[in-house]
Structure formats: C-alpha cells, structure tokens
Design a protein around this ligand. Sequence first.
Ligand SMILES: [Zn+2]
Length: 99
Amino acid sequence: MNKVTCNECQHEYELTHINTNLKEQLPNNIERYYIECPNCKAQYTSYYLDDDLKKVQAEIKRLQKIYPLKIKQKNKLVRLRKKILLMHNTLKAQAENTE
Ligand SMILES: [Zn+2]
C-alpha cells in the first residue's frame, strides 16, 4: 500500500513497518523529522518543526475541533493552512542552509 523505494539502495519497504517519527534537534530550535531506510539507513526528511510552527499547528487543530465553524473561523483556518505552508518552506530553507 504505502510502499517507498530507497533512492540509495533501491530497497522497497512499507512506511507502516518503520518508525516514521525519528527526530533530530537542529540549531535555532528546529526539529527535523525523518524516515530511515531499514536496509542502508539513508535518511529522508519528512518535515521540519519549530516553536512558531507548533503554535500555528495547535491553532489549526483547535479550529478543526469546532463544529460548526463560523465563517470567520473558516476563513482563519484557510489562512492558517496557507501560513503554515509558507512557514514550513522558510524553515526548510533555513534548516538546509545551516547543514
Ligand atoms: Zn536504502
């Protein structure tokens, strides 16, 4: 179902069979989440997180629990989802530059 092929060794594995929650602490309070090929241990970054991103994420989760959402809240949710994408791109660029 959820199969991935490793770019390094061509080993095929299922995401459900591996730990997808490996975490590395980077400078500036950035956390890198990654997966690791079970065969050759090559690492693939899934996403980055920092404190600001976590706050926005928490706010999104809070809004998702509300039912029904008011128009204002719906708009906010759309705005936050766009914001989080932008923030993640910035964070990614920042993290990959310091490596
Ligand atoms: Zn591999």
